[in-house]
Design a protein around this ligand. Structure first.
Ligand SMILES: [Ca+2]
Length: 341
């Protein structure tokens, strides 16, 4: 009888032996297969989001794709960070620069492109949209997390419209529903991601793909403090120390953009993109509502407006509030624990 129980124990142990690194619960989670689409290389929060995604056993990152200005360099940056984090195995594909070309671009009269850039193709081809399509065809229930302008996704839906029904969900950092009070100032029109490519944002928000948007209404309430920065800088881990250095570089720019002084407000880096990664698998830190969203142009500015008119817009999951202390503690602890083990 003892042998019987021993056998059961061994079977149980073996069945749990392939849990993701650091998952303390002992049972393997059903990991979400995701593509992380990022404009990494400017705001440091993309890098923190990448670290968090790597440290999250809830996610299996199938690929990282890049967008933004000079997307090709952003891919090289992403590869560098992945290698330093010990995840050089995750493929990185270069996506489109922002913004998306207009559909009637052929009507424009331009003779010359940058023909010499063909020399870069051996190193880095712009193939993220095709590679995304391949991954979506090969994997059921794939999700996409976008933490930059949504250009690649719009291009994907244009080129492969039949794949719409195969994408389980897009969780996108973007949108602003109302002015946000930050440090005593009302901040409006702070949504960079959707506004930097309004055509792409319009097309994706109007598509039939299920979407959750993590708005700047929520993300402007979340940031790392100098204590978190200190923990990264003194971690004795090259990847975490590098994140610390990036935060140091980014911090003065952020202060300038948002008009505050870190001596008076202890905010070293907003957590827009890391919060978006968290909201992909855990909504306990945020307020999520189902709202009708109507993307529109008001005074020549792209806006994500809330609409009560059932004939307008579409139903979208919207994250518009977050718990600063809980989110920041969760993110820093999760990253430190994963990489220091
Ligand atoms: Ca970003």
């Amino acid at each position: 009888m003892v042998n019987f129980y021993l056998g059961i124990f061994i079977l149980f142990f073996l069945s749990c032996s392939h849990v993701p690194k650091n998952y303390e619960g002992g049972f393997e989670l059903k990991r979400k297969k995701v593509i992380l689409d990022t404009d990494i290389g400017s705001d440091v929060d993309d890098l923190i989001a990448l670290a968090l995604a790597l440290a999250s056993p809830e996610l299996e990152i199938l690929a990282v794709t890049t967008t933004g200005r000079q997307s090709i360099y952003r891919s090289q940056i992403a590869r560098k960070w992945l290698a330093l984090a010990g995840h050089a195995d995750i493929p990185v594909f270069t996506g489109l620069d922002v913004p998306l070309p207009l559909k009637n671009e052929r009507n424009s009269f331009i003779w010359f492109d940058i023909e010499g850039r063909g020399s870069l193709f051996d190193v880095d081809r712009v193939n993220a949209v095709d590679e995304m399509a391949k991954l979506i065809k090969q994997n059921e229930n794939i999700e996409i997390i976008t933490i930059g302008p949504i250009t690649n996704i719009a291009a994907l839906l244009r080129k492969y419209p039949n794949l719409k029904g195969s994408i389980r969900k897009i969780t996108a950092m973007g949108g602003q529903l109302a002015p946000v009070n930050f440090n005593g100032r009302e901040i409006d029109n702070a949504d960079y991601n959707f506004r930097s490519d309004p055509i792409a944002s319009m097309e994706v928000l109007k598509s039939e793909v299920p979407i959750k948007i993590v708005t700047i209404d929520a993300t402007l309430k979340t940031w790392f403090t100098s204590e978190d920065l200190n923990k990264l800088s003194k971690s004795n881990h090259p990847f975490l120390e590098a994140i610390g250095k990036e935060i140091e570089m980014w911090r003065p720019l952020q202060e300038k953009f948002f008009g505050y002084n870190v001596e008076k407000l202890d905010n070293v880096a907003f957590l827009h993109d890391p919060l978006t990664v968290v909201c992909t698998y855990d909504e306990s830190f945020c307020r999520v509502e189902n709202l009708r969203i109507e993307p529109t142009f008001t005074n020549n500015k792209f806006k994500t407006l809330q609409s009560d008119n059932l004939k307008k817009g579409r139903s979208v999951q919207v994250v518009r509030d977050a718990d600063l202390l809980k989110v920041r503690t969760y993110i820093i602890e999760r990253i430190l624990k994963y990489f220091k083990n």
